[in-house]
Design a protein around this ligand. Structure first.
Ligand SMILES: Cc1cc2nc3c(=O)[nH]c(=O)nc-3n(C[C@H](O)[C@H](O)[C@H](O)COP(=O)(O)O)c2cc1C
Length: 195
């Protein structure tokens, strides 16, 4: 007998079933702010009964975006826009989580339907920041690690992880980290454990 539609408890979180939606980049945000597209994209899965819906990889710092159109969670405008989406998902009985991401050397690239390669500064691109300065394939070289990079990342992740509480989701996941965005629908706001 399939257990697909049975609840699953993980620490303090109970997911209503085991049908979960993987993170899927949409390359459709402006300045990292999710919009109606993201509401419909993620909301449809919640309406359809998915127990857990994960957002696309969302950048914790602007330079960590894969493309200029990636969603983010580095400022309060983005957090408020996410809240609309997480509130909707919760109202459908779904748990919604956020995948935090940092694209490293793969940052500042074109979204898939606009070709491949690095987006130049003249088109809104930026120098990528990676684990080293070796270019990824044909992409432009990254700025390699420097002494401040680890504290800078911690400083970026802290507020981003904190904003997930403001957004109201209990799960965090990671492309460098996957996190759960706030509590399950019936529990408190932002108090859920990080998975
Ligand atoms: C359009 C699209 C966007 C994706 N974006 C992400 C992403 O943001 N983060 C991630 O970890 N994986 C991403 N993936 C990979 C999926 O999350 C998933 O791991 C992959 O599709 C394999 O799962 P499946 O066999 O159920 O399709 C993406 C996949 C697709 C098709």
């Amino acid at each position: 007998m399939s257990r697909l539609f049975e609840p699953l408890s993980l620490r303090g979180l109970t997911l209503p079933n085991r049908a979960w939606v993987s993170p899927m980049c949409q390359y459709s945000a402006a300045d990292g702010v999710p919009n109606d597209w993201h509401l419909v994209h993620l909301g449809q899965f919640a309406v359809g009964g998915a127990g857990l819906v994960l957002t696309e990889a969302s950048a914790v710092v602007p330079e960590g975006r894969i493309s200029p159109q990636d969603a983010g969670i580095w400022n309060d405008e983005q957090a408020e826009a996410w809240r609309r989406i997480t509130d909707f998902a919760h109202a459908q009985g779904a748990v919604i989580g956020m995948q935090l991401g940092h694209a490293g050397r793969k940052a500042s690239t074109r979204r898939p339907w606009e070709g491949i390669g690095t987006v130049p500064a003249s088109e809104g691109g930026w120098p990528s920041v990676g684990a080293d300065d070796q270019p990824f394939g044909d992409y432009a070289p990254a700025r390699g690690p420097r002494p401040p990079s680890r504290p800078a990342l911690a400083a970026a992740r802290g507020p981003s992880a904190g904003r997930r509480g403001a957004v109201g989701g209990p799960v965090l996941a990671g492309e460098a980290a996957s996190l759960r965005l706030g509590p399950a629908p019936s529990s408190g706001f932002g108090a859920g454990p990080q998975q």
